[in-house]
Ligand binder design. Structure first.
Ligand SMILES: Nc1ncnc2c1ncn2[C@@H]1O[C@H](COP(=O)(O)OP(=O)(O)OP(=O)(O)O)[C@@H](O)[C@H]1O
Length: 220
């Protein structure tokens, strides 16, 4: 199985507009096994999204290194699918075109065209291929963004509060969908959530992050 994530001494800081330094991550060491479902929880501002963005390759660390299957993460890749709290669908494209977008961008749509409907089916959106994002409920739109990431056969799915904006009933359904997809596709799942029950219900392992000390300006 592939999709092992390793962080070695990862640090990240930001500067606010008043030039105050914020240490978002301070020397994170972490291994997430291939195929593991891990939840990241912790107080607001402790660096959960920052860590996810570093694994995604959207930002680089200021110190330390991140690896996927032993290769250093240097930029975003389709092998690391990203889903945010608010589904980022193209409003001018229907669901089928949104889901197939990655394949077209990578010029592999022809070989993999039949998979588009399979993935739409996998997330329970059969029959909505021709619908536009504004015609879908929040839960359905989130399913569509899951399909859009999954169609790239990611080794790792990075989920940043993906169910945070959904009502309790839809959220419970989607939790079970996530487990089903994870079991079926056998990939690594790393999910940020504020909901401790959700973290425990979904994950093999819950990682609790604590904020780096604010007064400690020493940076390493
Ligand atoms: N682009 C940025 N510019 C400046 N500061 C940032 C930036 N991104 C994150 N930070 C700061 O880094 C710290 C960690 O932010 P991050 O979003 O990773 O936390 P989080 O644990 O995901 O929080 P939440 O649970 O509220 O989403 C926060 O203090 C935040 O203000």
């Amino acid at each position: 199985m592939v999709g092992e994530i390793r962080a070695e001494g990862v640090a990240k800081r930001f500067f606010q507009q008043d030039e105050t330094e914020v240490i978002a991550l301070n020397g994170i060491n972490l291994t997430i096994q291939a195929g593991e479902f891990v939840s990241l929880i912790g107080p607001s501002g402790c660096g959960k999204s920052t860590l996810l963005r570093l694994i995604a390759g959207l930002n680089g660390p200021d110190a330390g290194k991140l690896y996927i299957d032993g290769d250093e993460i240097e930029k975003p890749s389709y092998e690391r699918g990203l889903v945010f709290q608010n589904p980022l669908l193209f409003p001018w494209l229907n669901i089928r075109d949104n889901v197939s977008f990655g394949l077209k961008a990578r010029k592999i749509y022809r070989e993999r065209e039949e998979e588009v409907d399979q993935f739409i089916d996998l997330v329970g959106l059969s029959g909505f291929q021709k619908s536009y994002p504004h015609q879908l409920s929040g839960g359905m739109a989130q399913r569509a963004s899951l399909a859009r990431a999954l169609i790239n056969h990611p080794k790792v799915m990075l989920l940043d509060e993906p169910l945070g904006a959904l009502d309790a009933f839809t959220r419970m359904n989607m939790q079970d969908e996530l487990i089903r997809i994870w079991q079926e596709r056998k990939m690594t799942m790393i999910m940020v959530t504020h909901d401790v029950d959700e973290a425990i219900y979904l994950a093999d392992r819950v990682i609790v992050m604590t904020p780096p000390p604010r007064k400690d300006r020493k940076y390493h």
